[in-house]
Write a protein that binds this ligand. Sequence first.
Ligand SMILES: *Cc1c(COP(=O)(O)O)cnc(C)c1O
Length: 411
Amino acid sequence: MKTFEQIVDLERRYLLGTYNRYPVVLTRGKGVFVYDLEDRRYLDFVSGLGVNALGYAHPRIVKTIREQAAKLIHVSNLYYHEYQGALAEKLCTLVRGPVGVTSMGACRAFFSNSGTEAIEGSIKLARLAGHRAGGEAKCRLVGLKGSYHGRTFGALSLTGQDKHRKGFEPMLEGVTFVAQNDVEGLRAAVADNTCAIVLEPIFGEGGIYECSVEFLLECRLLADRHRAALIFDEIQCGLGRTGTMFAFQTFGVAPDIVAIAKPLAAGLPLGAFIAKEEFANAISPGQHGTTFGGGPLACRVALEFLAIVEEENLLENVNKVGAYLKQELQAVADKSPTAKEVRGRGFIQGINLEIPARPIVDDALGEGVLFNSTQDTVVRFLPPFLLEEKHVDKGIRVLKKLLKKKRKEAA
Ligand SMILES: *Cc1c(COP(=O)(O)O)cnc(C)c1O
């Protein structure tokens, strides 16, 4: 096996310099733990950026991948296979929800390979529906300041952060940014030539900031009034992290199109957008597509992922342990002068510090814990759905210890 230095050196010499990795080489995982080259164990509060919701080496996922890989991995979208329609049916059932839960009604799904592509497809569909409803002029998009939607030109054009856009201009034309929860600003931005309002119900990369229900209701009202699509980017906050299968069910406001990805196929690349029938029927064969998207392996694993979440009552765990995590983080924020605020819910939470978060995350490695930082001062928690209270205790112990250490160093 190569050494740590050899692995790092190869990347330094041959990879495009886009990543600023934490200094650890991971080799295997089990449950909520991952292991490095020396077989040191780390408790995982990151889940590969919200992807590994079932942790590592879940026996049912491993079995499903083995079985399906031996049969059929890929066929392209030229042919039928057994699992794409079945997964679409399952997702369309889930966005309808049980009686009494906020519902999107009758929907259709499209499968992509990533979150960014799910956003890209959503915008393209909204443009088609917009043009159909109001001609060429009905093409404008409204997004939120501080949001994150991905790195392609369409998704980047909707990402309301200069640091991601700088150097890549020009962006897509016709995007207006509104501050999160600024109802007046929203009213001023949405008009008859708007084809879509695009937002994350909870900012992920943007630092864990929630949209208010009042703001989301206004988005719903304005989208209806102007016949624009309300698009929720639930790529990070969706599929269980808020304690309901979709974040819109937590907030009680249904979008017209919802984009999902990260945990959908338990680590295999798979994204999707699910659109209400009245928007979905604006597209015709040949107008959108992908070579890899929605293959038999990824779709079958996604069906297994959704079945495990239901059969193992994992949303119950997200709610229970998520509330405990919130309470314990709040206790840290109340007591520590270097911690300001706790935001989010369930298994998408963040604690905003008065100091840079990255050094805390680096030092946590030495304590056997994976944290992640975003927006310079936020420690973000996106743990696997299997996390237990005793794991929260360990994470909080390490966080407290490191905050204290940083305070001493600064003094
Ligand atoms: C991760 C993320 C994306 C982009 O998804 P990729 O799979 O990285 O392309 C888009 N929106 C949100 C909210 C995300 O968290």
